[in-house]
Design a protein around this ligand. Structure first.
Ligand SMILES: [Zn+2]
Length: 408
């Protein structure tokens, strides 16, 4: 069952809802009172997933008459219900992944609402009410995923059209300006996660940030790209937040920058990685495993992998996106090999979590290895980094040029 309802603007209902929540939250008295005897009963709220994709599930004692709508500023999913007794555990409502807040409460005498606030714009991928096969009752299951502001606005516009409600469009949808080519640069590590460390104490997180800023400036100076960074200061970011940022900017290209250490100290030169569930070699596998641990290094629990969600994610890594990632990786290898030099078999692949945006061509570049003394010296040099950034900028230009020529 899929339903969309009126595009109500935030102000009044937001305030009314807030008042309702304040009144009802934690009030067991209300639930036990006769006024709630005929209410729908909602229980066992749960969320699984991460900053890129979340599944939200809620159980009901009988089939709920449920409608949903989107609100902006901030980005919210509003779930409208009839009079409902909420039997929810506070702990289950704590912010997680893509959801930064969960609120619920009565809306007048005969209605109730749940409001999920997104960590930035998102898309509602599915919204279903299913009969529970075991135990009776019904289950509401909602899948949301990080999406661009434009996608969120488009969903709001559809909502307004199907319901006749008016939503002030921010842009003239009849004549949208040509979309600039969006590059998101991701300086690896940051904050408490310093990344690799060179023999003379060089921290990977500093190299990656300095390099990313040089690359950003070079790309921005051409005036041909819309360039964003996942971080522009020394801060910790989860891997799924990096992917979320790429999706929310509707990135046409995502470049994660690294300079790790590797067991073989003599190994030096650049490597370009793309995502794959099977690694190209043992070194790539080990590197991906280490990179994927970076969330845990700073005390974040491992992301709860809802197997269902994970499967959907991998299914969604469309052949097309993967093809584009590989195409960019190849031209990147070509450029880097003639400027800063690359290792043997410079295009490798492994299961990097940070490269798994299903619709954003993504590569991870190891500029060099901090485990190699010569590489460490080069990585610290502004001039050398400028040369490497020039190479990447040329590869970006080729890739963007071919995408523009193809009309997308
Ligand atoms: Zn790294």
């Amino acid at each position: 069952m899929r339903s969309a309802a009126g595009g109500l603007e935030a102000g009044f209902f937001g305030r009314a809802l807030l008042a309702a929540i304040v009144l009802v939250l934690g009030s067991a008295f209300h639930l036990a009172s006769p006024a709630f005897a005929d209410a729908l009963r909602a229980s066992d709220y749960r969320m699984a997933g991460d900053a890129v994709k979340m599944r939200v599930v809620l159980d009901f004692d009988r089939e709920p008459d449920v409608r949903w709508l989107l609100l902006r500023s901030p980005h919210r999913l509003v779930i409208d219900l009839p009079k409902t007794a909420f039997l929810l555990e506070q702990k289950a409502l704590e912010p997680a992944g893509l959801v930064s807040h969960v609120g619920y409460g009565a809306l007048g005498e005969d209605a109730a609402r749940i409001v999920l606030t997104g960590n930035g714009p998102f898309a509602v991928d599915s919204f279903e009410v299913l009969a529970n096969e075991e135990g009776g009752g019904y289950r509401l299951a909602i899948d949301i995923s990080a999406a661009s502001e434009a996608a969120f606005e488009a969903a709001l516009a559809v909502q307004a059209e199907t319901t006749g409600a008016t939503v002030a469009a921010k842009t003239d949808r009849l004549n949208p300006p040509p979309k600039p080519f969006v590059v998101v640069i991701d300086p690896g590590h940051g904050g408490a996660d310093g990344g690799a460390e060179g023999a003379t104490g060089t921290a990977e997180k500093e190299i990656t940030l300095s390099f990313a800023m040089q690359l950003r400036d070079k790309l921005a100076a051409t005036g041909r790209y819309d360039v964003h960074m996942t971080r522009d200061k020394d801060e910790f970011l989860r891997l799924d937040d990096r992917v979320r940022i790429a999706r929310q900017h509707a990135a046409d290209l995502f470049i994660s920058i690294h300079a790790d250490t590797i067991r073989v100290k003599s190994l030096r030169g650049a490597t370009v990685y793309t995502v794959s569930d099977k690694a190209s070699d043992a070194e790539a596998q080990a590197l991906a495993e280490r990179e994927n641990l970076s969330d845990q290094l700073v005390g974040f629990p491992p992301v709860q992998e809802n197997p269902e969600v994970a499967d959907i994610l991998f299914d969604l890594i469309r052949r097309e996106t993967h093809g584009f990632s590989i195409r960019f990786a190849k031209s990147l290898v070509e450029e880097l090999s003639t400027s800063i030099g690359v290792i043997n078999n410079p295009h490798r692949f492994a299961g990097f979590r940070v490269l798994r945006a299903p619709d954003v061509p993504s590569v991870l570049v190891e500029l060099g290895y901090l485990s190699n003394a010569e590489d460490e010296e080069r990585l610290k040099s502004v001039e050398w980094r400028g040369k490497a950034a020039d190479s990447i900028a040329r590869a970006v230009e080729q890739f963007a040029g071919s995408r523009r020529a193809a009309g997308g």
